[in-house]
Design a protein around this ligand. Structure first.
Ligand SMILES: NC(=O)c1ccc[n+]([C@@H]2O[C@H](COP(=O)([O-])OP(=O)(O)OC[C@H]3O[C@@H](n4cnc5c(N)ncnc54)[C@H](O)[C@@H]3O)[C@@H](O)[C@H]2O)c1
Ligand SMILES: O=C(O)C(=O)C[C@@H](O)[C@H](O)[C@H](O)COP(=O)(O)O
Ligand SMILES: [Zn+2]
Length: 353
């Protein structure tokens, strides 16, 4: 069964099996070249994508990039722009990102900036990229000062989520992707939480609930970004857990997975909300229970809060020197906590130790 989630009126996210050879169908008829951005770690996947593009008469250029967060740098992006230049890519040509969220973020940004914007297609190969990174049009890279500080909103032409590729995904990466699915559960779709509470193994490996969990998370993200692509307001809810999460990722020099850092960040946000009288102890504990059952971290004490506050000062939700957190005022009821006191921040952080 293939599920199709329409995002806005612009594009579809396809979720199912045996979908890789349909990537070529997303290429606009005028395209003659495609840059396939990938890490070299999934040769069988890239080979099917390449053949699918070639079958449409498109010449494929290989854009090999480093694995994981090392791909999201200006140097790597510049290398790909060099390739696009030497291969004379025009505005009708396309970029295809095949990989995890780091690859789709990079590929999207390279496409967003090339000739001020060419088309790109995402072929996410991790749970995280399928449910979140490849969908919604946030593209970008990191700088030395922080996470995703340079980028653009640039929507893909389409997204192909072939669940077959998840068979070889390490358990820790599977669970890290589920952190974003759990995020979707807390901010919008409690059915996700019920599924994971009934079947905790679903957060760690492919199983009978994988399709439904991915579909629910994509549908939620699709609804939100369709209403607020450029994050004027509503879209901020997708940042639940990310204010502290991004700071922790950066502090770990990106040795901690994005989803793991977001898991800790969600517990921090829940602590802030509980200590502000917005949520009860049971909802706070539900965060810890579901994330722990998924094999995700909920404790953290590896950095002085003062260091993390510097990074949080560069969070995109910050206004001037005022930190703004997405918090819950109930299950599936996100709101904002604006300018929490230093005492509150320190107490919530201490509770993570
Ligand atoms: N743009 C957005 O809206 C958005 C949303 C969420 C996260 N992100 C970004 O996504 C990134 C994290 O993505 P990620 O968790 O996919 O990390 P990742 O891209 O680093 O992939 C994780 C690991 O899985 C490996 N891998 C990928 N597919 C595989 C497969 N099918 N089988 C075996 N191994 C495979 C990769 O080689 C890598 O080592 C972060 O940079 C984060 O900021 C962006
Ligand atoms: O799509 C969004 O909007 C999100 O916030 C989704 C997040 O899961 C994702 O990690 C995103 O890249 C964070 O964006 P940023 O604007 O905080 O860099
Ligand atoms: Zn995220």
């Amino acid at each position: 069964m293939t599920v199709r989630v329409r995002v806005g009126t612009a594009y579809d996210v396809l979720i199912g099996h045996d979908l890789l050879d349909s990537v070529g169908d997303l290429v606009p008829p005028a395209a003659t070249r495609a840059l396939v951005v990938h890490t070299g770690r999934l040769p069988a996947v890239v080979s099917v994508v390449r053949e699918s593009l070639q079958a449409k008469g498109v010449r494929v250029v290989d854009g090999l990039v480093p694995d994981a967060e090392a791909a999201k740098t200006i140097e790597v992006a510049a290398g790909l722009w060099g390739l696009l230049g030497s291969e004379s890519f025009t505005r009708t040509d396309v970029v295809v990102g095949v990989g995890g969220g780091t690859v789709t973020d990079l590929a999207g940004w390279v496409a967003a900036a090339w000739l001020r914007g060419v088309g790109f297609i995402n072929v996410p190969t991790t749970v995280l990229a399928m449910v979140d990174a490849a969908v919604g049009g946030k593209t970008g890279i990191n700088t030395a000062e922080g996470k995703n500080l340079v980028g653009a909103f640039h929507e893909p032409l389409g997204v192909i989520c072939d669940l077959d590729v998840l068979a070889g995904l390490p358990g820790a990466d599977f669970a890290a992707g589920m952190a974003e699915v759990i995020k979707a559960g807390f901010i919008d779709d409690p059915r996700i939480l019920e599924i994971l509470e009934t079947d905790p193994a679903a957060a760690r490996q492919v199983g009978p609930h994988t399709l439904e969990l991915i579909e629910r998370a994509v549908a939620m993200k699709g609804r939100v970004v369709s209403a607020d692509l450029r994050e004027a307001g509503l879209r901020e809810i997708l940042n639940y857990g990310h204010t502290l999460g991004h700071a922790i990722e950066q502090h770990s020099a990106y040795t901690m997975r994005h989803g793991e850092a977001v898991a800790i960040g969600m517990v921090f946000a829940a602590e802030l909300a509980h200590r502000s009288g917005l949520i009860d102890a049971a909802l706070l504990q539900r965060h810890r229970d579901i994330l722990t059952a998924a094999g995700l971290p909920t404790r953290y004490a590896d950095a002085p809060l003062d260091d993390l506050l510097v990074a949080m000062g560069r969070d995109k939700k910050t206004r001037g020197s005022t930190l703004r957190f997405v918090v819950l005022e109930g299950l599936a009821a996100p709101t904002r906590l604006v300018g929490p006191s230093e005492d509150l921040l320190r107490a919530a952080y201490a509770a993570l130790a």
